[in-house]
Write a protein that binds this ligand. Sequence first.
Ligand code: CO8
Length: 258
Amino acid sequence: MEYKFLKTAYEGTIATLTISAPQSLNALNSAILEELGQFLDTLTPATRVLIITGDGEKSFVAGADIKEMSNLNESEGRAFGERGARLFRRIETLPIPVIAAINGFALGGGCELAMACDIRICSDNARFGQPEVGLGIIPGFSGTVRMARLVGMGIAKDLIFSGRNIKADEALRIGLVNAVYPLADLMPQALALATKIAANAPLAVSYAKTCINQEFDMDADKAIAFENTMFGRCFATADQKAGMQAFINKGKANFEGK
Ligand code: CO8
């Protein structure tokens, strides 16, 4: 499929999606949101891990497109927010892990996109922030929802009320990212992590993602019961048989995702 604002690359079972609108530091306009949805439609079980990054050496995504948002009225603003939120929720609930490889500015909607991914790693030039209140809006692609869940309510309120940008080392300290690398190492590190994940049983990885996502907002008893169900479901898979037989035979399983 041909895209105007996306570049796609596939290495074995790993897909890399690069958001590419260099003139606006990869800011998300409606056309990019549309293409992102189209790209998600193309994913099949042949892809086991998705990496999302931004084009160039300066920016992951510098937010939603301010020029496009500037003249929206209330209902249009709500619709634009819903559109981004729906898309990011799709990313968050994909049946495969999604790694954000953050190569520079991750501001506003860019930070929100990164937070919708499962794992965030960044380059040492990365900058994070939710500058929306300085523009007269709030984080509208679910940033008020996910920031507090990721870094805790106190730090989330500091970042969102002040709109201040933070550097990679602070993002690491507060748990907004898992690791920081020199820019040249970012994509190799993302691929290495994706390769490690992709070598595991795909259904088990997918069930683990579902468990962590869904159990987070449940009370402990419901969460444990949910995990029990999903644990049981693993034993209905061929991969569980293959994985345990390989261990017993001191071999290595070739997981088929069945
Ligand atoms: N939208 C549109 N254009 C942008 C954006 C953006 N978010 N960010 C950068 N650009 C454009 C600039 O306008 C500039 O274009 P031009 O050359 O035509 O003037 C080009 O990209 C390069 O940018 P700069 O010259 O500003 O580059 P600098 O290196 O000087 O600065 C910054 C880089 C610090 C990233 C700066 O561009 C900046 O502050 N950008 C805006 C960051 C921002 O505020 N992001 C949050 C936007 S709001 C948002 O994301 C809300 C999400 C929820 C939506 C809810 C919908 C209702």
